[in-house]
Design a protein around this ligand. Structure first.
Ligand SMILES: Nc1ncnc2c1ncn2[C@@H]1O[C@H](COP(=O)(O)OP(=O)(O)OP(=O)(O)O)[C@@H](O)[C@H]1O
Length: 429
């Protein structure tokens, strides 16, 4: 069944996503669009039941106050004008706001609460089949939440026409490449190409201490490895990407300049001219997780902690060496294991270990040792702009310290990073 839709029109509000989410929580699908939508753009969207003009402080763009297009005003569906400032004030209290939205969406627009994951998946499967036909689709599968959910959706829609490429660049967490291969190849029956590019990446990174250079090398090398795989496959027309709604919104709207550029597998050469397939581009992160669960992905994958693109490479501070990288990977695995045992998994936003390139004196087997420290980091954040440090129980820290100093080669100290953001950032590089 086609879902009913309410369009949120960005008239300079910074709260478009909030209102979009509030209506989705009422069970009605929403999309955020620009104020100057044309009749043609509008005609491509089916089942529009109502339009909300969402005004706010950014209503003046390049010296001109923006207005909703004629197409929007004459769309033939109810229009609600909402302003977070003067003219049409919007209630501050959540309850009053939800009442107003509920009344508009259900009484005025007569929308049905038919937005749910099963309907979303059914609609996406139909759309993917229509878009792709009998063409071949390629997907770079990191094992992160977004690309994993895209993979699961495509497997359901067009199974054998999909090829996934998982690149092991040596900077993944312990057990991750194995889990990706197991879940997708063995459990879900996907065509999965596993590329062992560990030496290729680590050789390129040898001796490079500058964090920006490290990131650039990892990004560029990833494109090269992926390009090699893409060229070796014949007749691939489509490239699937795990673009999600915040990626699009953060790339900037017409009233707000870009917060960050939209990442994903950008930078492929022009002759590899794929048509993009982006089935999650209208979902928020928690909806992506819900979708993943509904498609049968394991919880460990769906609720995976955020992990930086360059992986453990930015937690092995300075020039990466294989032995210190192993110390990061092994200590990270111990930290995750002990957090899970202590009931902190799913409670703490992000936790990991860092191994700086310094050594200090210690004692091992009655002899003087000269080894690295492992830094533990565990933080909570709502928007990643600020972060607070988790007050991990002392006993848990002691267990972790004991295990790391006894089980991880080359480590004789464990430190806990007590710095909130600001002054520190979440990651160390
Ligand atoms: N090791 C890898 N193997 C294959 N593809 C990868 C790998 N790392 C990244 N990618 C691809 O690049 C995209 C962007 O990577 P990034 O690390 O920024 O992750 P993301 O946006 O959080 O997405 P995800 O949740 O899928 O990891 C991924 O969605 C995936 O398609």
């Amino acid at each position: 069944m086609e879902q009913d839709k309410i369009l949120i029109i960005d008239m300079g509000s910074t709260r478009n996503t909030y209102i979009a989410r509030e209506i989705r929580e009422l069970g009605v699908f929403t999309e955020i669009h620009a104020h100057d939508m044309t009749r043609e753009e509008l005609s491509k969207i089916t089942n529009i039941k109502g339009i909300i003009l969402n005004g706010g402080e950014n209503r003046v763009v390049d010296g001109v106050q923006i207005r909703a297009s004629e197409a929007l005003l004459n769309a033939g569906v109810p229009v609600l004008s909402v302003d977070h400032e003067g003219s049409a004030p919007w209630p501050q209290e959540e309850e009053a706001r939800i009442d107003k939205l509920q009344s508009f969406v259900f009484n005025t627009c007569k929308a049905e609460a038919n937005w749910n994951m099963d309907n979303f998946i059914a609609e996406q499967v139909a759309q993917l089949r229509a878009q792709v036909g009998d063409g071949k689709v390629l997907l770079a599968l990191s094992g992160g939440v977004d690309s994993s959910v895209v993979a699961a959706l495509l497997i359901k829609a067009i199974g054998p026409q999909l090829t996934c490429v998982h690149v092991n660049h040596g900077l993944l967490r312990k057990g991750e490449p194995e889990e990706v291969v197991h879940v997708f190849r063995e459990e879900m029956g996907a065509n999965l190409i596993y590329v062992d590019a560990v030496d290729r990446f680590l050789d390129k990174l040898a001796g490079v201490a500058d964090p920006e250079k490290k990131r650039m090398i990892i990004g560029a090398e990833f494109i090269r490895v992926f390009e090699d795989e893409a060229r070796s496959l014949k007749d691939v027309k489509f490239l699937a990407q795990g673009t999600i709604y915040p990626d699009i919104i953060e790339s900037g709207t017409k009233t707000v300049k870009a917060v960050k550029s939209h990442h994903n597998v950008g930078g492929l050469p022009e002759d590899l001219d794929f048509e993009l397939v982006e089935p999650l581009k209208m979902l928020f992160k928690d909806e992506v997780r819900e979708c993943g669960l509904a498609l049968g992905l394991p919880r460990s994958m769906v609720f995976r902690q955020p992990f930086p693109g360059p992986g453990l490479g930015v937690r092995c501070i300075g020039a990466i060496t294989r032995d210190r990288l192993e110390a990061v990977r092994e200590s990270d695995a111990i930290l995750r294991e002990e957090f899970a045992k202590a009931g902190l998994e799913g409670k703490v936003w992000q936790y990991f270990t860092v191994v700086p390139d310094v050594k200090s004196v210690g004692v091992r087997d009655h002899k003087r040792s000269f080894e690295w420290p492992v830094v533990l980091r565990a933080v909570n954040t709502v928007d990643a702009m600020t972060a607070t440090v988790e007050r991990v129980p002392y006993e848990v820290l002691e267990i972790i310290t004991h295990r790391i100093t006894h089980e991880v080669a080359g480590v004789n100290r464990v430190l806990y990073d007590l710095t909130p953001k600001p002054a520190g950032t979440i990651e160390w590089e």
